[in-house]
Design a protein around this ligand. Structure first.
Ligand code: GLN
Length: 242
Protein backbone atom coordinates (compact mmCIF):
# COMPACT_ATOMS: atom_id res chain seq x y z
CA UNK A 1 0.00 0.00 0.00
CA UNK A 2 1.08 3.61 -0.55
CA UNK A 3 0.06 6.96 0.92
CA UNK A 4 0.83 10.42 -0.45
CA UNK A 5 1.40 13.16 2.15
CA UNK A 6 1.06 16.81 1.09
CA UNK A 7 3.10 19.18 3.28
CA UNK A 8 1.57 22.64 2.83
CA UNK A 9 3.97 25.64 2.96
CA UNK A 10 6.92 23.76 4.53
CA UNK A 11 9.10 26.89 4.44
CA UNK A 12 6.41 29.45 5.27
CA UNK A 13 4.44 27.72 8.02
CA UNK A 14 7.12 25.94 10.03
CA UNK A 15 7.04 27.30 13.55
CA UNK A 16 7.79 25.13 16.56
CA UNK A 17 8.95 22.12 14.55
CA UNK A 18 5.48 21.23 13.27
CA UNK A 19 7.38 19.50 10.44
CA UNK A 20 7.82 16.74 13.02
CA UNK A 21 4.21 15.77 12.33
CA UNK A 22 5.10 14.93 8.71
CA UNK A 23 8.16 12.92 9.78
CA UNK A 24 6.10 11.06 12.39
CA UNK A 25 3.39 10.00 9.91
CA UNK A 26 6.01 9.07 7.32
CA UNK A 27 7.91 6.88 9.81
CA UNK A 28 4.83 5.23 11.32
CA UNK A 29 3.80 4.21 7.80
CA UNK A 30 7.26 2.99 6.76
CA UNK A 31 7.68 0.97 9.98
CA UNK A 32 4.56 -0.92 8.87
CA UNK A 33 5.78 -1.45 5.33
CA UNK A 34 3.45 1.18 3.88
CA UNK A 35 5.13 3.13 1.06
CA UNK A 36 5.01 6.92 1.52
CA UNK A 37 5.59 9.85 -0.81
CA UNK A 38 5.89 13.36 0.72
CA UNK A 39 5.11 16.30 -1.56
CA UNK A 40 6.06 19.87 -0.56
CA UNK A 41 3.22 22.19 -1.53
CA UNK A 42 4.65 25.71 -1.80
CA UNK A 43 2.72 28.79 -2.99
CA UNK A 44 1.31 28.37 -6.49
CA UNK A 45 -1.26 26.25 -8.31
CA UNK A 46 -1.92 22.76 -6.91
CA UNK A 47 -2.30 19.96 -9.44
CA UNK A 48 -3.45 16.40 -8.70
CA UNK A 49 -5.01 17.24 -5.31
CA UNK A 50 -7.00 14.01 -5.72
CA UNK A 51 -3.73 12.05 -5.35
CA UNK A 52 -3.22 13.35 -1.79
CA UNK A 53 -4.10 11.08 1.16
CA UNK A 54 -2.89 13.27 4.03
CA UNK A 55 -2.42 17.05 4.15
CA UNK A 56 -0.43 18.79 6.89
CA UNK A 57 0.20 22.48 7.60
CA UNK A 58 2.03 24.00 10.58
CA UNK A 59 2.01 27.28 12.44
CA UNK A 60 3.48 30.58 11.36
CA UNK A 61 3.95 34.19 12.33
CA UNK A 62 1.37 36.75 11.18
CA UNK A 63 3.53 37.81 8.20
CA UNK A 64 3.90 34.27 6.86
CA UNK A 65 0.21 33.67 7.53
CA UNK A 66 -0.64 36.62 5.28
CA UNK A 67 1.36 35.06 2.42
CA UNK A 68 -0.24 31.66 3.05
CA UNK A 69 -3.72 33.19 3.22
CA UNK A 70 -3.22 34.91 -0.15
CA UNK A 71 -2.07 31.65 -1.77
CA UNK A 72 -4.91 29.67 -0.24
CA UNK A 73 -7.57 32.15 -1.29
CA UNK A 74 -6.09 32.90 -4.74
CA UNK A 75 -4.98 29.42 -5.81
CA UNK A 76 -5.19 26.30 -3.59
CA UNK A 77 -8.33 26.94 -1.56
CA UNK A 78 -11.03 25.63 -3.92
CA UNK A 79 -9.19 22.41 -4.89
CA UNK A 80 -8.23 21.68 -1.27
CA UNK A 81 -11.80 22.34 -0.09
CA UNK A 82 -13.13 19.90 -2.70
CA UNK A 83 -10.53 17.27 -1.70
CA UNK A 84 -11.39 17.66 2.00
CA UNK A 85 -15.09 17.46 1.21
CA UNK A 86 -14.18 14.19 -0.53
CA UNK A 87 -12.56 12.89 2.70
CA UNK A 88 -8.91 14.02 2.41
CA UNK A 89 -7.37 13.63 5.88
CA UNK A 90 -5.85 16.92 7.04
CA UNK A 91 -4.09 18.24 10.14
CA UNK A 92 -3.72 22.02 10.47
CA UNK A 93 -1.76 23.41 13.41
CA UNK A 94 -2.11 26.88 14.96
CA UNK A 95 -1.68 29.50 12.21
CA UNK A 96 -2.52 26.83 9.64
CA UNK A 97 -5.59 25.89 11.70
CA UNK A 98 -6.70 29.52 11.81
CA UNK A 99 -6.54 29.68 7.98
CA UNK A 100 -8.71 26.56 7.66
CA UNK A 101 -11.49 28.57 9.34
CA UNK A 102 -13.39 31.60 8.06
CA UNK A 103 -10.71 34.21 8.86
CA UNK A 104 -7.90 35.25 11.17
CA UNK A 105 -8.04 38.90 12.30
CA UNK A 106 -4.51 39.76 13.35
CA UNK A 107 -3.30 42.09 16.13
CA UNK A 108 -3.59 45.14 13.84
CA UNK A 109 -7.18 44.32 12.86
CA UNK A 110 -6.24 43.11 9.36
CA UNK A 111 -8.46 40.16 8.39
CA UNK A 112 -6.76 37.23 6.64
CA UNK A 113 -9.29 35.13 4.73
CA UNK A 114 -9.38 31.38 5.40
CA UNK A 115 -10.65 28.51 3.25
CA UNK A 116 -13.68 27.92 5.49
CA UNK A 117 -13.48 24.14 5.90
CA UNK A 118 -13.55 24.38 9.71
CA UNK A 119 -16.56 26.09 11.35
CA UNK A 120 -14.61 28.75 13.23
CA UNK A 121 -13.12 32.23 13.09
CA UNK A 122 -10.17 33.71 14.96
CA UNK A 123 -9.47 37.20 16.28
CA UNK A 124 -6.35 38.51 17.99
CA UNK A 125 -7.42 40.79 20.91
CA UNK A 126 -4.81 43.37 19.97
CA UNK A 127 -1.23 44.51 20.61
CA UNK A 128 0.04 43.95 24.16
CA UNK A 129 -2.69 41.49 25.18
CA UNK A 130 -1.80 38.18 26.85
CA UNK A 131 -0.70 35.43 24.51
CA UNK A 132 -1.94 31.87 25.03
CA UNK A 133 1.39 30.27 25.83
CA UNK A 134 2.35 27.12 27.71
CA UNK A 135 2.04 23.38 28.04
CA UNK A 136 -1.43 22.09 27.27
CA UNK A 137 -3.31 18.87 28.01
CA UNK A 138 -6.63 18.03 26.39
CA UNK A 139 -8.97 15.05 26.24
CA UNK A 140 -9.78 13.60 22.81
CA UNK A 141 -12.06 10.52 22.57
CA UNK A 142 -11.22 9.66 26.21
CA UNK A 143 -7.46 9.96 25.62
CA UNK A 144 -5.08 12.69 26.76
CA UNK A 145 -3.34 14.77 24.09
CA UNK A 146 -0.27 16.73 25.18
CA UNK A 147 1.52 19.62 23.52
CA UNK A 148 2.64 23.22 23.67
CA UNK A 149 0.64 26.26 22.58
CA UNK A 150 1.72 29.76 21.60
CA UNK A 151 -0.90 31.92 19.90
CA UNK A 152 -2.36 35.37 20.28
CA UNK A 153 -5.50 34.66 18.28
CA UNK A 154 -8.65 33.41 20.01
CA UNK A 155 -10.68 30.92 17.98
CA UNK A 156 -14.45 30.70 18.34
CA UNK A 157 -16.30 27.68 16.99
CA UNK A 158 -19.57 28.27 15.13
CA UNK A 159 -20.73 24.98 16.68
CA UNK A 160 -18.95 23.81 19.85
CA UNK A 161 -19.82 20.23 18.87
CA UNK A 162 -17.10 20.66 16.23
CA UNK A 163 -14.41 20.88 18.93
CA UNK A 164 -11.56 18.41 18.51
CA UNK A 165 -10.92 18.08 22.25
CA UNK A 166 -11.64 19.46 25.72
CA UNK A 167 -9.03 21.51 27.59
CA UNK A 168 -7.80 19.96 30.86
CA UNK A 169 -4.84 22.29 31.35
CA UNK A 170 -4.03 25.36 29.24
CA UNK A 171 -5.93 27.87 27.05
CA UNK A 172 -7.05 25.94 23.97
CA UNK A 173 -9.13 27.80 21.38
CA UNK A 174 -9.81 30.90 23.43
CA UNK A 175 -9.19 30.32 27.16
CA UNK A 176 -12.93 30.70 27.83
CA UNK A 177 -15.04 27.74 26.64
CA UNK A 178 -12.56 24.84 27.23
CA UNK A 179 -12.75 23.81 23.60
CA UNK A 180 -9.54 22.94 21.79
CA UNK A 181 -9.22 22.66 18.05
CA UNK A 182 -11.95 21.84 15.56
CA UNK A 183 -12.88 19.05 13.19
CA UNK A 184 -15.01 18.51 10.09
CA UNK A 185 -15.12 15.17 8.21
CA UNK A 186 -11.44 14.04 8.25
CA UNK A 187 -10.08 17.56 8.76
CA UNK A 188 -8.53 18.42 12.15
CA UNK A 189 -7.36 21.78 13.44
CA UNK A 190 -5.43 22.19 16.68
CA UNK A 191 -3.24 24.62 18.62
CA UNK A 192 -1.00 21.83 19.90
CA UNK A 193 2.59 22.22 18.78
CA UNK A 194 5.19 19.87 20.16
CA UNK A 195 5.26 18.54 17.58
CA UNK A 196 1.92 17.00 18.31
CA UNK A 197 2.02 13.58 16.67
CA UNK A 198 5.25 11.98 18.03
CA UNK A 199 3.99 12.52 21.61
CA UNK A 200 0.46 11.41 20.76
CA UNK A 201 0.90 8.23 18.65
CA UNK A 202 -2.76 7.18 18.97
CA UNK A 203 -3.82 10.38 17.18
CA UNK A 204 -1.11 9.86 14.54
CA UNK A 205 -2.41 6.34 13.87
CA UNK A 206 -5.99 7.64 13.76
CA UNK A 207 -4.99 9.90 10.85
CA UNK A 208 -3.09 7.11 9.06
CA UNK A 209 -5.96 4.65 9.44
CA UNK A 210 -8.49 7.14 8.06
CA UNK A 211 -6.23 7.74 5.05
CA UNK A 212 -5.74 3.98 4.48
CA UNK A 213 -9.46 3.30 4.78
CA UNK A 214 -10.28 6.04 2.25
CA UNK A 215 -7.61 5.01 -0.27
CA UNK A 216 -7.30 1.23 0.22
CA UNK A 217 -10.34 0.21 2.26
CA UNK A 218 -7.96 -0.97 4.99
CA UNK A 219 -9.54 -1.76 8.35
CA UNK A 220 -6.59 -2.51 10.62
CA UNK A 221 -3.21 -0.95 11.48
CA UNK A 222 -0.67 -3.28 13.14
CA UNK A 223 0.53 -1.85 16.51
CA UNK A 224 4.06 -0.47 16.90
CA UNK A 225 6.40 -0.56 19.91
CA UNK A 226 5.57 2.94 21.25
CA UNK A 227 7.63 2.74 24.45
CA UNK A 228 9.66 5.84 23.52
CA UNK A 229 6.57 7.78 22.45
CA UNK A 230 4.73 6.76 25.63
CA UNK A 231 7.56 7.96 27.87
CA UNK A 232 7.68 11.30 25.98
CA UNK A 233 3.93 11.55 26.43
CA UNK A 234 4.17 10.85 30.18
CA UNK A 235 7.00 13.36 30.58
CA UNK A 236 4.94 16.02 28.81
CA UNK A 237 1.95 15.25 31.05
CA UNK A 238 4.16 15.62 34.14
CA UNK A 239 5.64 18.93 32.89
CA UNK A 240 2.09 20.17 32.31
CA UNK A 241 1.28 19.21 35.90
CA UNK A 242 -1.22 16.45 35.04
N1 GLN B 1 0.02 34.27 14.37
C1 GLN B 1 -1.02 33.45 14.95
C2 GLN B 1 -1.36 33.85 16.42
O1 GLN B 1 -0.52 34.44 17.06
C3 GLN B 1 -0.60 31.99 14.94
C4 GLN B 1 0.71 31.74 15.70
C5 GLN B 1 1.26 30.33 15.48
O2 GLN B 1 1.08 29.72 14.43
N2 GLN B 1 1.98 29.84 16.53
O3 GLN B 1 -2.43 33.51 16.90
Amino acid sequence: MKLVIGHLYPRLMNMYADRGNVICLEQRCRWRGIDVEVRSLSPGPLHNAAELDLLLVGGGQDREQLLASRDLVETKGPVLRDAMRDGLVALAVCGGYQLFGEYYRDHTGVELRGIEVLPAHTAHPGEGTQRCIGNIVTTWKGRKLVGFENHGGRTYLHDTAAALATVENGFGNNGEDRTEGAQWRNVYGTYLHGSLLPKNPAFADHLILQALQRRHGAALLPPLDDAVEASAHERALKIAGR
